[in-house]
Design a binder for this molecule. Sequence first.
Ligand code: AMP
Ligand code: MN
Ligand code: MN
Length: 316
Amino acid sequence: MNLLEEIGNAGSVAIAGHIRPDGDCISSTLALRGYLKNAKPGIKITVFTQDNPPTIFSYLEGYEEMNLTYSPKEKYDVFVALDVSSLDRLGDSLWFFENAGKTICVDHHETNPGLADANEIRPKASSTCEVLFDLFEKEYVDDKVAECLFTGIVHDSGVFQYSNMSRNSFNTVGELVEYNFDGPKIIQDTFYEKTYVQNQILGRALLESILFMDGKCIVSMVDRKMMDFYNVLPKHLEGIVNQLKNTRGVEVAIFMYEMGTQRFKVSMRSNGFVNVAKVATLFGGGGHERAAGVEMNGTYYDIINALSREIEKQMQ
Ligand code: AMP
Ligand code: MN
Ligand code: MN
């Protein structure tokens, strides 16, 4: 895809990622904003995001200007969906998608059906930020855009650790670090550093985790009461599932938190053997081979049973 050609002579561009935005989501939307400001000066650009975007990303250029209210309801010439694997993941920005003159999607989820008029879906890419860098004409990439792209890759690759880091991913990081920003500080401040209560709730989740399937699976859950007690939001629970996954012998880690009565947000991580995107897709979610998510109804035990049946099938 030639991104600038696809955008053409649009006078207004809306950009949005997925609900409950993560690092790649926030970073890719702000990277595209910065890039378009350089490449097509004068056009109107709005980045939409759900209320309460993680404040750890407030150093990214354009963070303060994001539209959190999804208003006014104006029609845009072009809508670009980034890191969004299915339309239900657009949340309140769906209205702008449906009412745009043209839609574009850039993503890296293997479960993405190609949801826009023009699509660039690369399941092998570490992150949407990596795909964007490939699409960007380098003369319009400045330090601020590079800082966004670097942040997105850091977050979706677990600091360059996961198997989604290809040669192209490392080459991209190599090119990005030539720009002027503080990479090590970004990694420490946005990926590793947690607040005291975040660490406490992580500790609780680990303490109360359960091993099953002969130690091949681990599961833990945080309920409303616990979230209220520690006064944390869902976004503060990021990273718990990865810590569960780092348990010797475990193939699949499942972490869930209570969204409402008998409704849970489920995160799954695989150490390689099980394709958790397949499991999540069966229940209406999606993601990647080794990291996937889904929202499910039922009791905690119903959900564990349903998921473990599918995981077990793959383990045979
Ligand atoms: P999470 O467990 O929320 O960190 O998500 C892991 C991966 O799965 C990310 O790439 C998400 O974008 C994706 N994902 C999470 N929840 C869903 C969902 N309900 N539908 C589709 N993809 C999801
Ligand atoms: Mn994401
Ligand atoms: Mn992503």
